[in-house]
Ligand binder design. Structure first.
Ligand code: SF4
Length: 274
C-alpha cells in the first residue's frame, strides 16, 4: 500500500520561506539510497537534531520519575540517565540548559499524559489507514506527546528546540502542515474526541497558538497526503525502470541548498561556494 507522512510531504514541497534550501534529490539519498555504504555514514543526526532528541529524552526521563523535578540534583540525574557526557560539548551544554529550564517550569507536570515519546529511539509508529475517496494509503504520524485535557479534548504537542522564527524571512520555523497531519491522524485514533495540536519550544518555553480540527482542514490534508503518497509510489516505480535517470525523477536544486546539505561529498550536482 502507498504511504505518506509529514516528512515525505516536506521532501516534495518546501516549507514557506525555505524554498531556496529545498532540494528533491535529497529524498533520493536519504530514503532510496539510505542503506548504500556511501550514504549511511552521512545520515547521522546533525547537532541540532541530536539536541532536540536528547532534550525530549530528558523530559521523558523527568516524567518517568516526576520526583526528579523537585530534586536539587534532578538535572544531573537525568543527564546521567541519557548519557549526555557521551555527546559533543556544544550539545551537552545546550541540553543541560534546556533541562534546567524544564525543571524550573515543567509544563507537562500535572497534565494527564496519554503518550510521551522518548524522542531518540527512531521507532516507526504503527501506520494509520487513511481513506481518501476510493483510495487508501498508510499514514505515519509520530506524536511527541498526547495530553488528555478537560472536556474530552485531546491535545497533540510537538516538542521543539531552536529559534521560533526563520532568521532570513521572519516566518515561523514551525510548519502548519505538521500540525495538520497530526490533526488528521488524531481524527482516526481518537474519533470521538475534539483534538487540538500545538508546538511547545523547550528552549524558549513558548507555546504556539493551537491548531483546531475542522472538516475542511481534515479533508484538504487527506487530499494533499494522498497526492504525496501516489507521487512517491510513482517516483519509486519510475526509478526501478530507469535507475540511471534518478536525477530526472528526484530533481536536484543546486545552490543555496547545497551549503546545508549532508550529501555534497557524494552528489555530483553539488554546487558549493569554492
Ligand atoms: S548536494 Fe545539492 S544538489 Fe545534491 S542533494 Fe544536496 S542540495 Fe541537492
Amino acid at each position: 500500500m502507498d504511504y505518506a507522512s509529514y516528512l515525505i510531504w516536506l521532501e516534495y514541497v518546501a516549507q514557506a520561506g525555505k524554498e531556496e534550501y529545498h532540494c528533491h534529490l535529497k529524498q533520493y539519498w536519504s530514503r532510496i539510497k539510505k542503506y548504500d555504504s556511501r550514504v549511511k555514514p552521512l545520515l547521522l543526526d546533525t547537532p541540532q537534531q541530536l539536541l532536540g532528541k536528547l532534550a525530549q529524552r530528558g523530559v521523558f526521563e523527568f516524567h518517568q520519575n516526576p520526583d526528579l523535578l523537585s530534586y536539587d540534583r534532578g538535572v544531573e540525574r537525568v543527564t546521567a540517565l541519557i548519557k549526555l557526557n557521551q555527546q559533543p560539548a556544544e550539545v551537552q551544554d545546550k541540553v543541560r540548559q534546556i533541562l534546567i529550564k524544564y525543571q524550573e517550569k515543567p509544563v507537562l507536570l500535572g497534565k494527564h499524559i496519554l503518550l510521551l515519546n522518548p524522542g531518540n529511539t527512531n521507532e516507526v509508529p504503527e501506520p494509520i489507514i487513511v481513506t481518501q475517496g476510493s483510495y487508501q494509503f498508510k499514514l505515519y504520524a509520530n506524536f511527541d506527546c498526547v495530553l488528555q485535557e478537560n472536556d474530552n479534548i485531546i491535545h497533540i504537542v510537538d516538542l521543539k528546540t531552536g529559534h521560533h522564527l526563520q532568521t532570513h524571512t521572519g516566518l515561523s520555523n514551525y510548519d502548519n502542515r505538521q500540525a495538520h497531519v497530526y490533526l488528521l491522524a488524531a481524527s482516526y485514533l481518537y474519533p470521538k474526541a475534539k483534538t487540538i495540536a500545538s508546538f511547545y519550544n523547550l528552549e524558549t518555553q513558548q507555546w504556539s497558538s493551537p491548531y483546531h480540527q475542522t472538516p475542511s482542514l481534515l479533508a484538504r490534508t487527506a487530499e494533499m497526503l494522498a497526492i504525496v503518497a501516489k507521487r512517491h509510489q510513482q517516483d519509486k516505480r519510475n526509478l526501478v525502470s530507469n535507475p540511471e535517470n534518478f536525477h530526472r525523477i528526484f530533481r536536484p536544486h543546486p545552490g543555496l541548498a547545497c551549503q546545508y546539505c549532508q550529501f555534497t561529498s557524494i552528489c555530483s550536482f553539488a554546487d558549493l561556494i569554492p
